[in-house]
Design a protein around this ligand. Structure first.
Ligand code: KIV
Length: 301
């Protein structure tokens, strides 16, 4: 039997996502950074798996997304690829791979596709990324844009704040969305903007919008998996809904294991290996400790 029962559903592609928007069907995206979580997400039937640069702060212990390297992201993408069959895999271009020049960015995107098995890349930024997005798309690499709160700009923003709150900021954000659509992006992440703006942008562009803290009207939603599993250590953002308490599950399990080891309650006989009694006796006789023999030299001070 297949381990991927949802394969009865069609493989997710760019036209498939476009079709979901046209039919008013919500798109489900979640982050994953390794084989088991990608496999579970894929088997649960999500449409998109994002190998987000949130890998940095959620799994690698960095303070924010800025330090994560392309190589770290590539390894995560490869692991996700091995666990995924139906969902479309999007890899985040990390900070530093697309700021210097477009050539470097295109090289990184090609490596994500060729070596990582990604099917699209995500890039933070608006109209300032128009030329890059256009070149990637012309070279056959689907691009997901990301506007609103862009965590790679945390130093400039001075924290993680709601974006697009004034009329001028809302206009700029809509212009960014239209520009990315014109450049050929196949979808846009809208992060932490007012619900009204999430709805307006989703109505005004023809490509799907995927919201995170952008209200209920976007064409889909994305969540960082560790946030929804309760596997994070800081204060959660307002938009996070916690669906499980995996932190407590892990903590309790590890505490119980430590107690069992210390009490010799683990391993039990059925968790151990043995040879037939006669062989055991033979081994014991041949190599068991002879009480008259000092098995190793004890060095005196
Ligand atoms: O890196 C990430 O997880 C993201 C999502 C928050 C959209 O970019």
């Amino acid at each position: 039997m297949s381990h991927h029962p949802e394969l009865a559903a069609p493989k997710v592609t760019v036209p498939y996502l476009q079709d979901l928007k046209a039919r008013d069907q919500k798109i489900v995206m979640i982050t994953a950074y390794n084989y088991p979580t990608a496999r579970l997400a894929d088997e649960a039937g999500v449409d998109l798996i994002l190998v987000g640069d949130s890998l940095a702060n959620t799994a690698l212990g960095y303070d924010n997304t800025l330090p994560v390297t392309f190589e770290e992201m590539l390894i995560a993408t490869q692991s996700v690829r091995r666990g995924t069959r139906r969902a479309m895999i999007v890899a985040d271009l990390p900070f530093g791979t697309f700021q210097l020049n477009d050539e470097e960015a295109i090289r990184a995107a090609i490596r994500f596709v060729k070596e990582g098995g990604a099917e699209a890349v995500k890039i933070e930024g608006g109209r300032n990324r128009f030329a890059l997005v256009r070149q990637l798309v012309e070279n056959g690499i689907p691009v997901m844009g990301h506007i609103g709160l862009t965590p790679q700009s945390v130093l400039q923003m001075g924290g993680y704040k709601v974006q697009g709150k004034s009329l001028s900021a809302a206009r700029r954000l809509l212009d960014d969305a239209l520009s990315l659509e014109t450049a050929g992006a196949f979808a846009l992440v809208l992060e932490v903007i007012p619900t009204t703006l999430g709805r307006l942008v989703s109505e005004k562009i023809t490509i799907p919008t995927i919201g995170i803290g952008a209200g209920v009207h976007t064409d889909g939603q994305v969540m960082v998996m560790s946030d929804m599993l309760g596997l994070n250590f800081g204060k959660s953002a307002k938009f996070v809904r916690q669906y499980a308490d995996v932190k407590t599950v892990i903590s309790e399990a590890v505490k119980q294991y430590a107690e069992d080891v210390r009490n010799q309650a683990y391993p039990a006989t059925q968790e151990s290996y043995e040879v037939p009694a006669a062989t055991a006796e033979q081994i014991e006789k041949a190599i068991g400790v002879d009480e008259n023999e000092i098995p190793y030299v004890i060095y005196a001070d």
